[in-house]
Design a protein around this ligand. Sequence first.
Ligand SMILES: Cc1cc2nc3c(=O)[nH]c(=O)nc-3n(C[C@H](O)[C@H](O)[C@H](O)COP(=O)(O)O)c2cc1C
Length: 198
Amino acid sequence: MEQLLFIDACVRGERSRTRKLAEHFLKTYQDKHPDTAVVRRDLCLQRLEPQYPEVLAQRDALWAAGRLDQPMFEPARQFAGADRIVIAAPFWDLSFPSILKIYLERISVTNITFGYDSTGAMKGLCRAKRMLLVTTRGGYYAGTPLEMGRRQLEALCVMYGIPELVCLDAEGLDDARNDAGALLAAAMERGAALAETF
Ligand SMILES: Cc1cc2nc3c(=O)[nH]c(=O)nc-3n(C[C@H](O)[C@H](O)[C@H](O)COP(=O)(O)O)c2cc1C
């Protein structure tokens, strides 16, 4: 059975519009692909410690001992083995909440999610062929140099060997001149169409 890994970095939980958009995508995806199992990782519930000195020291020691089977590396193993990956994260301070950065640091493990070939070139080791970022933004940043969330994930996809990053977004939700509900509904429609092919 194929596995879709859903990484939820929606800090506002039930009130999060990003979460609502992602859940709508996932529901449609499940309807269209009943044979795919959705595995969830809520970064607010399953909290990872940042890589403080002692955490990094423990990680380095385990890695040097070849103990890649240890719980420390479980998020990386899960990420590397997923067939599809969906990340839901609101646009915060021009990128995404720090809980997602902590997660990304935790899964970026040599010989699990990426490695190096005999010439020393970086080589991605992840199974997924596509990753989806679901996000909502207060203002308008898509395609500008100030948007650094999607771009960071695009770069990491190169490192992980994931050929494509797709973004489902809704913008301008905090602009009082806009009908935020209508913008979100339009994004949900785009998401439902995307769920057919993703
Ligand atoms: C801590 C924080 C930082 C934010 N930073 C930005 C930002 O840099 N640019 C922007 O357009 N909106 C920013 N916003 C607004 C959010 O992107 C917007 O409200 C989004 O829809 C929130 O998603 P949510 O409903 O899933 O929490 C920020 C909101 C918060 C709470």
